[in-house]
Design a protein around this ligand. Structure first.
Ligand code: NOJ
Length: 551
């Protein structure tokens, strides 16, 4: 009896620990990512702020969005667009104040919406008080061990490791380890397997790394208690050093996520990890996927360009994207959520010089917003704002400034973004006199903006098209034009046809065994889905997308 009892308790404990908890609201969440300096300026200084965002909540809500993710708004030196935090407990004056944030959060909540901040967990600015104190020779100060200091640079480092060493010649040590730019010293979460010949490599349970861990909990608690609904965690996979299989980093996040879920059961943590298999196992609610070569000829670190799939040339492939997507989707099913965002502040926008016709963008949006998992719309993508090449480097953006240009609201000065003189605005806007704006597209029932609204409304109305509806590719992965996939949830069943190429295409797919396929939404009613006995026959016009409901 006692043995049975112990067995049951053991089983219950492991089952409960293994079961992943998510806030209920996540299933319906549709995100809008805002780069705060670029959305709406309320005080005429040329830079966006919280009050500006607040004044645009009607618009955001009109899209069918219910959750906002703000890139970092903390006190910063702005040498990496806010990802170089000076004070983790204070809103930067350029955006407002801590009380202003509380007001903003309350306004968002009044609408039944949620707001998620950006948690820069892995590093601070080199101008933060923590870092300044840790530079001192005295190693017994409060923040002494918040960073990794070394007296010399060993010769046995890999090239990648060596690239993270910054020469500082501080009283405390000659070198520190950075995370991204030199001005972003890595916080010391410890080393998975400290090398005994490298005394600066502290184990994760040493006092320094443990103090950093509790500081992170304090930062999270501070903002959660101000009412925010969670965080997107910057570089979440990078915290523990020398951890190639990520076991120690996953263990760290398992602890933090368990603590967070218990303390804030309605809170959400999104990983910037780009590997949901690991991040969901680490306890995160959502993680992003990379788009492969769907939209861009280059992936990080790649030299030779690849053919892009969403291109009129129709010469792209989906096999690499599909292999990864399916693997990530299937491995995380019923555990956590994946997301392939429409864009973000680090990558070129989907609209660019070769992909800016409204139909091309509608096709891309149909694909991105009918995938399983959680939709993320990057501000401005809903009106097809263009990536602006050769935009000036602003606050460490480098080529990313082309993706961070201020929002285009209307035909007034600075497209309604700011009352400042045009040479003062954060990043120069799209110089095209016909640049897309919200005002123009609002009035046009055929616009990309209204298309996105209808698409999100359809998605919200259907369990099959929502975050948890089943997804499966039904077309041949090696004949990628068109992509045909199904989204099913019990009797709620849809088939999606996607053809970005400039040619009409046909395909036969295994029959869905339906009475009929009804066109419900898309760019062209001229597509066709005919139910057959063994196979169904599909035709899709050039550059078009269609959603069929199966009855
Ligand atoms: C990822 C962020 O998305 C990026 O903008 C930033 O530069 C790096 N992390 C460093 O924080």
């Amino acid at each position: 009896m006692r043995t049975l009892f112990c067995f049951l308790i053991g089983w219950l404990t492991t089952t409960l620990v293994a079961a992943q908890t998510h806030p209920n609201w996540i299933k319906q969440a549709v995100f809008y990512q805002i780069y705060p300096s670029s959305f709406q300026d309320s005080d005429g200084n040329g830079i966006g702020d919280l009050k500006g965002i607040q004044s645009r909540l009607d618009y955001i809500q009109s899209l069918g969005i219910n959750t906002i993710w703000l890139n970092p708004i903390f006190k910063s030196a702005f040498q990496d667009g806010g990802y170089d935090v000076i004070d983790f407990y204070e809103v930067d004056p350029r955006f407002g104040s801590n009380t202003g944030l509380v007001d903003f959060v309350n306004q968002v909540h009044k609408r039944g919406m949620h707001v998620v901040l950006d948690l820069v967990a892995g590093h601070s600015s080199n101008q933060s008080e923590w870092f300044k104190q840790s530079m001192q020779a005295d190693t017994n100060l409060r923040y002494s061990n918040y960073y990794i200091w070394a007296p010399h640079k060993p010769t046995d480092l890999t090239q990648q490791e060596a690239s993270r060493w910054v020469e500082a010649n501080a009283p405390r040590g000659k070198y520190y380890i950075k995370n991204f730019y030199d001005i972003q010293p890595a916080l010391n979460f410890g080393y998975a397997k400290p090398n005994p010949n490298h005394p600066w490599e502290q184990p994760v349970d040493a006092p320094g790394p443990q103090a950093v861990r509790s500081e992170l909990k304090n930062v999270i608690t501070f903002w959660m208690e101000k009412g925010v609904d969670g965080f997107r965690v910057d570089l979440a996979a990078s915290l523990i050093k020398n951890d190639p299989d990520k076991k120690a980093t996953i263990a760290l996040w398992n602890e933090l996520n368990a603590w967070f879920d218990e303390k804030f059961p309605n809170g959400l943590l999104i990983a910037e990890w780009f590997n949901p298999k690991q991040s969901i196992a680490a306890g995160f609610d959502i993680d992003f996927l990379k788009p492969g070569h769907l939209f861009s000829p280059f992936e990080r670190g790649q030299k030779a360009p690849a053919k892009v799939y969403f291109d009129k040339a129709g010469e792209g492939a989906i096999i690499n994207w599909y292999t990864d997507f399916r693997d990530q989707y299937e491995s995380t099913l019923n555990k956590g959520y994946i997301s392939l965002p429409t864009g973000n502040h680090d990558s070129p926008r989907i609209a660019d010089s070769s992909r800016h016709d409204p139909d091309q963008l509608k096709v891309a949006m149909t694909f991105l917003l009918t995938l399983p998992g959680i939709p993320f719309v990057y501000y401005g993508d809903e009106i097809g704002m263009n990536y602006i090449p050769n935009s000036p480097d602003v606050e460490g953006s480098h080529a990313r400034s082309g993706t961070r240009t201020p929002m285009q609201w209307d035909g007034s000065q600075n497209a309604g973004f700011s009352a400042a003189s045009t040479n003062k605005i954060y990043i120069p806007q799209d110089p095209d006199p016909n640049r897309p704006t919200v005002a123009k597209q609002d009035k046009d029932s055929n616009s990309l903006l209204n298309y996105v609204r209808k698409l999100l409304a359809l998605r919200a109305s259907s369990p099959a098209l929502g975050s948890e509806g089943e997804w499966a590719l039904v077309s041949d992965v090696n004949k990628p034009y068109p992509i045909i996939y199904r989204r099913f949830n019990g009797a709620d069943r849809y088939i999606i046809l996607i053809n970005p190429s400039g040619n009409p295409v046909k395909a036969d797919v295994p029959t869905m065994k339906a009475k009929q396929a009804r066109y419900v939404f898309g760019t062209s009613e001229k597509s066709n889905y005919t139910i057959g006995k063994g196979t169904d026959a599909v035709t899709v016009p050039a550059v078009s997308a269609a959603i069929y409901k199966l009855d």
